[in-house]
Ligand binder design. Structure first.
Ligand code: 5AD
Ligand code: SF4
Ligand code: FES
Length: 365
């Protein structure tokens, strides 16, 4: 006899086979998952969405991930590095607009020139905040403990580093086999960040070639096992200048990838009630109202793009990334309207620290 979806979503703890069953659910059944996830969100984190202003300040990357449009070997990308003043101007915009939090993202580099530049930038950002507490999230990949610590001291307090695929074998299919694309080092970086005291975020891509439902269930269990504070995950979207493009015939349809991503968000909210989950841009790429849908089923963070329009073309990790020509102000008001449409309120002036982080730190002390 088949188990009812209602019974699964109400279980105290979801096992791998439960998650796989939920991921395989048909549209009618998925509605039950979405409804439950919406209730959990309302009960545990409230009907509130936090803004994190996203600055993609450089697309220079030392890595060669097989899926990514700005990988080092893609010669069709024009490389850029925003000036400190350009970056600070956008951070100021975020502060003036009461975002209370920014995310600095770039390609992955570990050279000293880069790491010290980030440190000095963080110091300038702290000065700019004039004593006002702001969330500063970094998303710059794997670094040494010393660098993570240096950045933490300079004012960074949150870090996003996606594990991309928690299954090591799958991870290895998506990356070159060399010392800079090492699954164990990536996992180690997650642990280092948590140990240093960062609010730590991770995430995966959904609907990748070679990926199974079991892999996706393991991804969610990975987040739970590692006590993750924030998650950003979204559909994999092909890019023609990348090695993975040749496997596009193996991909689920864009609609399926989107639905699967939505289910992942909803199931994660049911499993980990108090963490922050982003409604990612990639979800909007596959569905015009993808981010609103994600907010309705459990996401509570949105990252308005603060990258100046002239650089956006340079940061195409995947095809059809939205908002290439929309100025920062347009995206902000667009997202405001979208959040209202999803029935949420915006957490202006609030740090929106992951509740899970407080729980985790209390456990530690
Ligand atoms: N499709 C979807 N997401 C991608 N990323 C990189 N390339 C792609 C792609 N083709 C994601 C990775 C990375 C984040 C910055 O962007 O998960 O961690
Ligand atoms: Fe570089 Fe990140 Fe793209 Fe990999 S996913 S190539 S590390 S920007
Ligand atoms: Fe950029 Fe809607 S988010 S225009």
């Amino acid at each position: 006899m088949s188990v009812r979806i209602e019974d699964i979503v109400n279980k105290a703890s979801l096992q791998k086979e439960d998650i796989v069953r939920l991921l395989r659910s048909k549209a009618e059944e998925a509605r039950v998952i979405y409804e439950k996830a919406g209730q959990v969100k309302e009960e545990y984190v409230g009907k509130k969405t936090y803004f994190r202003g996203l600055l993609e300040f450089s697309n220079i990357c030392a890595k060669n991930c097989f899926y990514c449009g700005i990988r080092r070997q893609n010669g069709n990308t024009v490389r850029y590095f925003m000036t400190d003043n350009e970056i600070l101007e956008q951070v100021k915009y975020a502060i003036d607009n009461r975002f209370a939090s920014v995310v600095l993202q770039s390609g992955e580099r570990t050279d000293r020139r880069f790491t010290t530049r980030v440190t000095s930038l963080l110091e300038k950002i702290s000065a700019l905040a004039e004593g006002k507490e702001i969330g500063v999230t970094l998303s710059m990949g794997e670094q040494s403990r010393e660098t993570f610590e240096e950045w933490f001291r300079a004012g960074a307090n949150r870090y996003l580093i996606r594990i991309e695929a928690s299954n090591k074998e799958l991870y290895e299919k998506l990356h070159p086999s060399d010392a800079v694309h090492d699954y164990d080092k990536r996992l180690q970086a997650v642990k280092l960040l948590q140990d240093i005291g960062y609010q730590t975020g991770t995430g995966v891509m959904i609907g990748l070639p070679f990926q199974t439902y079991e892999d996706l269930a393991d991804d969610l269990l990975f987040m739970k096992k590692h006590d993750i504070d924030m998650v950003g995950m979204g559909p994999y979207i092909e890019h023609k200048d990348t090695p993975l493009y040749k496997y596009r015939h193996l991909l689920p349809s864009k609609r399926e990838r989107f639905e699967l991503s939505l289910k992942m968000v909803a199931i994660l909210r049911i499993m980990m009630k108090d963490l922050n989950i982003a409604a990612t841009t990639a979800m909007q790429t596959l569905d015009p109202v993808g981010r609103e849908k994600a907010l309705k089923v459990g996401a509570n963070v949105i990252m308005p793009n603060l990258t100046p329009v002239k650089y956006r073309e340079g940061y195409l990790l995947y095809e059809d990334k939205p908002c290439l020509d929309e100025e920062v102000e347009e995206c902000r008001s667009c997202l405001e309207a979208r959040i209202a449409m999803a029935g949420d309120e915006i957490g202006y002036d609030e740090l929106g620290t992951s509740r899970h982080y407080h729980q985790r730190m209390n456990k530690k002390n």
